[in-house]
Write a protein that binds this ligand. Structure first.
Ligand code: HAM
Length: 417
């Protein structure tokens, strides 16, 4: 029979690599909690309209990449392509705005986008992200960027650069769009079809097009940063001076427009200098909560691709992270001996010891070999002799040293911890 393979763009995280993810996830949860973010968990699927309104009709995500289907009740459902819209929906639906402001949440969730699969671009991927709702201050932008920086610092990941930009607000963007349209309009017929459809609704999106010819046509386009209103300009100046004051290196990259429609004012990306891939992207989104039907609520956040992060983490050969090996392997043959092994193993496990024992009814020698293969730190043999004397030896597998012990969990635990 032909084997069934996993769908294109998905991956399996195997038992002998998941410990690295767990290590990183635990470290990051600690960092995020130290900054005051608490975890939120959201449904994998939402009503399609949430993303149409939240992420934006003219984005690649909504136009081309969503996993959308009708459920059996005829409702249009979409697998979440990102976490911000869902977070805002949950914030409003659960009355989180009545709790002390700001609201600070983080998530670690699978996301789904029907993308062209290539290096660093999957169809099912994971994001760890934060959303900070309720503050309009530049200080919230700075704190959010610092959280991002701490993530890479904590994991000792070098060769990351921070790029920032401001894409203004509703007010100044209108003025800028007119000027941008004049520039693009001159060559509109030479742009790709997607860009043409975006010209009227959202010309800013055209600057984000990945098509080579469009990229070339965009060279020399007027930049939002030169057309910011006073408020946006001051906000951006404040972000920049605070980052400089706390000695965070950054580059202003006026080409960052981000792929989703909700951004206002500050946007930022942490880029892997080696691959050029953006590992973490985010920014301010002061209009999104209103767009989803709530009161005006300024907000800022980011999300980080966990697969991309793990790739960088593994390259740094972090020696701190090691696969767990058993503290003890119990060798036993024969019914009575096996029962004794179960009793001791259970008792030790209740005390937090990682114990492995035979569950294959293998021979004595085969068990010894197996204990060695799985790198057990210690070995305990329960044979007929040990059972009758109620005494046994614990062997330290690294040094070969043996110690006498009573065949009692409370005695054994002292010798292996
Ligand atoms: P985004 O830029 O679409 O932003 O995605 C954030 C990060 O997710 C990217 O920088 C990348 O590392 C990772 N990522 C995106 N697509 C893929 C993919 N197909 N395969 C692997 N990794 C991918 C957002 O999603 C916003 N919701 C971020 C945000 C939160 N802004 C404000 N709050």
């Amino acid at each position: 029979m032909e084997m069934i393979q996993r769908p294109k763009g998905t991956r399996d995280l195997l038992p002998y690599e998941s410990y690295k993810w767990q290590f990183v996830e635990r470290k990051l949860a600690k960092v995020l909690e130290d900054y005051g973010f608490k975890e939120i968990r959201l449904p994998v699927f939402e009503y399609t309209e949430l993303f149409q309104r939240g992420v934006g009709e003219t984005t690649d995500v909504v136009q081309k990449e969503m996993y959308t289907f009708d459920d059996k009740g005829g409702r249009s459902i979409t697998l979440r392509p990102e976490g911000t819209a869902g977070t805002v929906r949950a914030y409003l639906e659960n009355g989180m705005s009545s709790k002390p402001s700001p609201s600070k949440v983080y998530y670690n969730m699978g996301m789904y986008r029907y993308e062209n699969v290539q290096k660093g671009r999957l169809r099912e991927f994971h994001q760890i992200g934060v959303e900070l709702l309720g503050s309009q201050s530049y200080l919230a932008d700075v704190d959010t960027i610092l959280v991002g920086k701490s993530i890479f610092d904590t994991l000792n990941i070098p060769n990351i650069s921070l790029n920032i930009n401001s894409i203004g607000c509703q007010k100044c963007r209108g003025e800028y769009q007119k000027i941008l349209k004049e520039f693009i309009g001159k060559n509109l017929d030479k742009y790709c079809d997607t860009c043409k459809t975006r010209f009227d609704k959202n010309p800013l999106r055209i600057l984000d097009c990945k098509e080579k010819r469009c990229k070339e046509l965009n060279v020399g386009a007027p930049m939002m940063i030169d057309y910011l209103c006073e408020e946006c300009k001051t906000h951006f100046e404040n972000v920049k001076s605070a980052l400089t004051a706390v000695k965070v290196d950054y580059t202003i990259d006026s080409s960052i427009v981000r792929g989703l429609d909700y951004y206002t004012k500050t946007v930022f990306e942490f880029v892997d200098e080696k691959t050029g891939l953006t590992v973490l992207g985010g920014g301010r989104y002061d209009g999104l909560v209103e767009e989803i039907g709530g009161p005006h609520t300024p907000a800022v956040g980011f999300a980080m691709g966990v697969e991309r992060l793990m790739e960088m983490f593994e390259e740094t050969n972090n020696t701190e992270v090691q696969e767990k090996v058993p503290d003890l392997y119990i060798v036993s043959c024969g019914n009575k001996e096996n029962i004794k092994a179960i009793e001791i193993a259970e008792s030790l496990r209740n005390q937090g010891v990682y114990v492995e024992k035979d569950i294959m009814e293998r021979s004595f020698n085969a068990q010894l070999k197996y204990a060695d293969k799985i790198n057990s730190k210690n070995l305990l043999v329960i044979g007929e002799n040990e059972l009758s004397t109620n005494k046994a030896k614990i062997k330290n597998m690294a040094t070969g040293e043996e110690q006498e012990t009573e065949l009692l969990a409370s005695s054994i635990v002292k010798l292996i911890k």
